[in-house]
Every structure is written in C-alpha cells, then in structure tokens.
Design a protein around this ligand. Structure first.
Ligand SMILES: Cc1ncc(COP(=O)(O)O)c(C=O)c1O
Length: 400
C-alpha cells in the first residue's frame, strides 16, 4: 500500500462527518431533518439580487481570465469601503481576496505558524482553526469561554495559556458554534493581553452583521490600535452565498511589524494564482448593494432561535446559553445516561428520530464535550418538529 502523510489521514471535520450516517439512512428511504449545516442556501435563502446580477455582468463582460492574485482592484476598493463602514481603516494594499475565509486561515497559518508554535483559539471553535494548525505541526491551544456567562472568554485562562511559543490570539465574533457575541469591552480586553505580549489578533468576522442586538459585532481592527489585527470576512454568511468561495483577509498593522508575515501570505496568494474572477465581481456588487435583505433574514433567524429557546427552557435535561449572533444554538446535554458521549447522543438521535445535529466535541474535545450544535436556519415547522422528536427521544431514555 502506498502510505499517505499521517497528518493528512488524521484530518477530521465533524460537521461533514456526521452526514455520512445521515446519508446511509436516506439511502434506505428515511427522511432526515437536517439541523447540521451552516449554509443558508440549504434552507431556501439566496444571495441578494445585486450579487447574482454582478456574476452575470462579469460573465457578459468576459471576465473569464485569471484575476490578479491579490484580487480585482475594484473589488479590493469595495472591501476597503466596507471595512471603513465597519469603522476600521484597512487600506486596499493590505487586503487580499481569498477562496473563502478558509483559504485566508490557511495562508495566515502557513505564514505565521512553524512546527511547535502555538495559537490561542476560543473553546469551542470552528474546527478548521484546530485542523490546519495540526497539519502544520503547530499546537492549537484553546482558551476557556465561560458558558455560564454567555460563552465570554476567560481573561485568566488566556493569560495562563500564553507561552513563549504563542504566535497569535484568535477570536470569532459572533462565534461558531456558540453564537456568542463579544462586546467592545471583551474585544479590547483581548487586545490588551495581545499588546502586553506583542501578539497579533486574528479576528474572524464572517458573521459580523448576523446579530440580534440591532447592531453588528464590533470591528476588532477599529477597536485595537496598538496591535496588529488580521480580519477575515466574506461572501459565505452575510451575503448568503457560501458556494461562491469568496472571502477576504485584511491586515491592520499600526506599527508595521507584520511586513514579513504579509509577504509570506502574498507569496502563497501568487502561488495559487487567483480566486474566481466572476465570483469576486458578484461579491463587489453585494458589498455595494443595499443590505435591506438582511433585516428579513435576521427577523426569521431570531424567530427560529426563539423556538429553540422556548423548547430548551422546557426541557430540564438541557442548558442553553441564548445566542446573540450567527445561526447556531449550542445546548449542553445535562443528563448523560445512557449515552457514552455527545457523539453517541447525536448518532442515537439521528438513528431513532432522524434529526441530524453535530456533536459538540467535534468543535473541541473540552469545551464542546456533552453539547451539540443545531442551526437556526431551517423553517419554523422543521424546528418545531425536530424539538418534538428530541423531547420524545429524551422521554424514551428517561430511566436508562
Ligand atoms: C467562524 C467561521 N469562519 C469561517 C467559515 C468558513 O468561511 P468560508 O466559507 O468563507 O470559507 C465558517 C463556516 O461555517 C465559520 O463558521
């Protein structure tokens, strides 16, 4: 047998791994209620018209060649304006269009993390932040977020976990999977710790406008003026087109200490040629367009979240920290018996009730254990039906 790189065959992606079990059921003709995937398009949402028109326009104009590696200049300018609207000054020279935030994470990591280096991540976190660090031989170090306080990060734990090998502190605001929204004070606190240790902050703002407070999540680069900030954002969530694979990376570097890191990022960008030119054009039109559609989207998400909140408040086996952003809920499974762990809980729920969620330990073995994630994207009747099935499932196993 030709052996694969050990690092490659150890890769896991919980969100997609559970789908295999669901597909097996579907092959047998079962109908599965899917609460597992953070893709608005799977639940009937579509990108704004301007965005789609932008792609059509790009095709008509014959934008079929490679784009510049950094991004199409007009698109970079639109992102610069968007960041300014967010309150931060990230000049277009410091912006890079990527094939989604995922590619931005890969470029950043490869430039920043060597073998044995450490990166501080929220616990729980979006899994690729862990996976890509491991692929590079670096160590993902998870800092505690306190569920009882809306999953807010523990200052003490961040401080305790900084070592001479720490290369950056990352935050995801709002967070996947918890839906936690960090306020300005929390972001500044992370910035203060980073400044004390001369560390850059990585800020994933892909859900920034998906909040239930009436205002977007704060821009980290706008708030932190004495540390470098790498911001990620893109088309996938706010603009409802994750399949276009368009995102961006922006660097705010007030003291010019990130020149080499940026060079490392840009070298990778050149080596991969460019992201899709037509999708970039659609992204530009989306950025320029009216985001009125978000009002309707947020109204629906909030109503759907509230259905979950109501059901979970009635089931004493669960604790739910009410999410203030993104489109997830991350309840804690209080009664553990008869399941071995949260993965077995999720797989049993799938097998017995045909409701597909994602096990929390897939987002982190510690903070995610004995939790599961469900999305707030499905129509209300699907959520209602799923909750009825979950209640029935819990009753069935009550005395085991
Ligand atoms: C926090 C977070 N960052 C990044 C991504 C992926 O973004 P993209 O589709 O732009 O690669 C996701 C997708 O769920 C996410 O939850």
């Amino acid at each position: 047998m030709i052996r694969a790189n050990r690092k490659a065959i150890q890769i896991e992606y919980a969100i997609r791994d559970v789908v295999v079990a669901a597909q097996e059921l579907e092959r047998r003709g079962e109908k599965v209620l899917k609460l597992n995937i953070g893709d608005p398009c799977q639940y009937g949402f579509q990108p704004p018209k301007e965005a789609t028109d932008g792609v059509v326009e790009a095709l008509r104009r014959g934008l079929n060649g490679y784009a510049p590696s950094q991004g199409i200049p007009e698109v970079l300018e639109a992102v610069e304006r968007y960041e300014r609207w967010r309150g931060s000054e990230v000049p277009k020279e410091n912006l890079l269009i990527t094939a989604g935030v995922t590619e931005a994470i890969q470029f950043t990591y490869f430039s920043l993390l060597g073998e044995g280096d450490e990166i501080l991540l929220p616990d729980p976190t979006y899994p690729p932040y862990i996976t890509y660090a491991k692929m590079l031989g670096a160590k993902p170090v998870l800092y505690r977020c306190r569920e009882e306080e809306g999953w807010s990060p523990s200052e003490e734990d961040i401080r305790r976990k900084i070592t001479p090998r720490t290369r950056a502190i990352a935050l995801i605001n709002p967070n996947n999977p918890t839906g936690a929204l960090y306020d300005e004070r929390t972001v500044k606190l992370i910035g203060d710790i980073a400044a004390e240790h001369s560390l850059p902050v990585i800020s994933d703002e892909i859900y920034c406008e998906i909040t239930f407070t009436g205002v977007p999540a704060p821009s980290t680069a706008a708030l932190l003026k004495d540390v470098p900030v790498i911001v990620y954002n893109g088309m996938s969530k706010i603009f409802l087109a994750p399949g276009w694979r368009i995102g961006y990376l922006g660097l705010s570097d007030p003291e010019g200490v990130m020149v080499e890191i940026w060079d490392g990022i840009m070298r990778q960008a050149r080596a991969r040629l460019s992201p899709s030119s037509i999708a970039q054009w659609g992204f530009m039109r989306a950025l320029e367009g009216d985001r009125g559609y978000l009002r309707d989207f947020l109204r629906k998400l909030k109503a759907r979240r509230d259905i979950y909140v109501k059901h979970f408040s009635e089931m004493e086996e669960f604790d739910l920290s009410v999410p203030e952003g993104a489109f997830y809920i991350f309840p804690k499974i209080g009664r553990r018996s008869p399941w071995k762990d949260d993965r077995e809980f999720v797989l049993s729920l799938l097998r017995e009730e045909k409701v597909l969620t994602v096990h929390g330990s897939g987002f982190s073995p510690e903070g995610g254990a004995w939790h599961f994630r469900a999305v707030t994207l499905p129509p209300e009747d699907v959520i209602e039906e799923s909750m009825i099935r979950l209640e029935r499932f819990m009753r069935r196993h009550e005395n085991e």
